[in-house]
Design a protein around this ligand. Structure first.
Ligand code: MG
Length: 259
């Protein structure tokens, strides 16, 4: 699969990303104490379909495992791929929501983490560092750079804070498929890896923990948790590499991507 998209494909990717940003904005408003993750999932699916999209994750298959929902909702020590259900969210919960849609045949993928009525400054710092590390990584998505430059930027931003950087799950190319080449790790060496070219579309997604980077998968076959039980955060945008630099696709028109 070619990793470089035609200009018309980038146009469709942009339309896809803007729609996903609308879904993300609705989810950010809806994630409050008392709501269940199944309710958030239903809201996301309804919004995706109302915007002419199809959920990327629902029916996504890895081997014999089929993901049953339109969002991943990962709470506290859950890192990614949590399955929405009857769990009610409470004040103090750290909630990561990952959502993807297909529009016009092209996927976009976006994630954010919030703490509900949070008072812990350490949790606030985890979220702040993870979110900022995403933008550090994205800033390196320049033509002529290499994939290792993205991971190196994330790693060198996060490590001084003594947080753990998940190794087993990484960002990815994105387009007609949810997961395309190349893999985009959140660690790496500068000037290593695949050459970045204009026209590439990437999902950059640091997953950071308050403890170790080690993970395990629960018996449901999907939910990834920290091996040491520490809290985790996850932020993600879908971007296009342009000759002028990275363009974040999963933003509302006119929105400052940093908010
Ligand atoms: Mg992703």
């Amino acid at each position: 699969m070619s990793t470089v998209k035609e200009p018309w494909e980038l146009g469709v990717m942009r339309s896809s990303g803007r729609r996903l940003a609308e879904v993300v904005a609705a989810l950010k408003e809806a994630v409050v104490p008392g709501v269940t993750t199944a309710e958030l999932d239903a809201l996301a699916e309804a919004r995706i379909r109302a915007l002419g999209g199809v959920p990327s994750f629902k029916g996504y298959r890895v081997g014999r495992n089929v993901f049953p929902a339109s969002i991943c909702a990962s709470v506290n020590n859950e890192v990614v791929h949590g399955i929405p259900g009857g769990r009610e969210l409470h004040a103090g919960d750290v909630v990561s929501i990952d959502v993807g849609l297909i529009y016009g045949g092209y996927h976009s993928d976006c994630a954010f983490t919030v703490v509900l009525d949070g008072s812990s400054s350490e949790v606030a710092r985890l979220l702040d560092v993870t979110r900022k590390s995403l933008y550090e990584g994205i800033a390196q998505a320049l033509p002529g750079n290499r994939i290792g430059d993205i991971g190196h930027a994330v790693q060198s931003f996060v490590e001084p804070h003594r947080f753990g950087i998940i190794r087993e799950y990484v960002g990815h190319g994105i387009g007609r498929l949810l997961h395309e080449t190349p893999s985009v790790p959140n660690y790496g060496k500068p000037r290593r890896g695949l050459l970045i070219k204009a026209g590439m579309c990437l999902a950059v997604e640091p997953m950071i923990t308050m403890g170790s980077y080690k993970t395990k998968v629960l018996a449901d076959g999907w939910t990834v948790v920290t091996a040491d039980g520490s809290l985790a955060a996850h932020f993600e945008h879908t971007i296009a590499v342009t000759p002028k630099g990275p363009e974040i696709l999963t933003v509302l028109e006119g929105q400052d991507a940093l908010n």
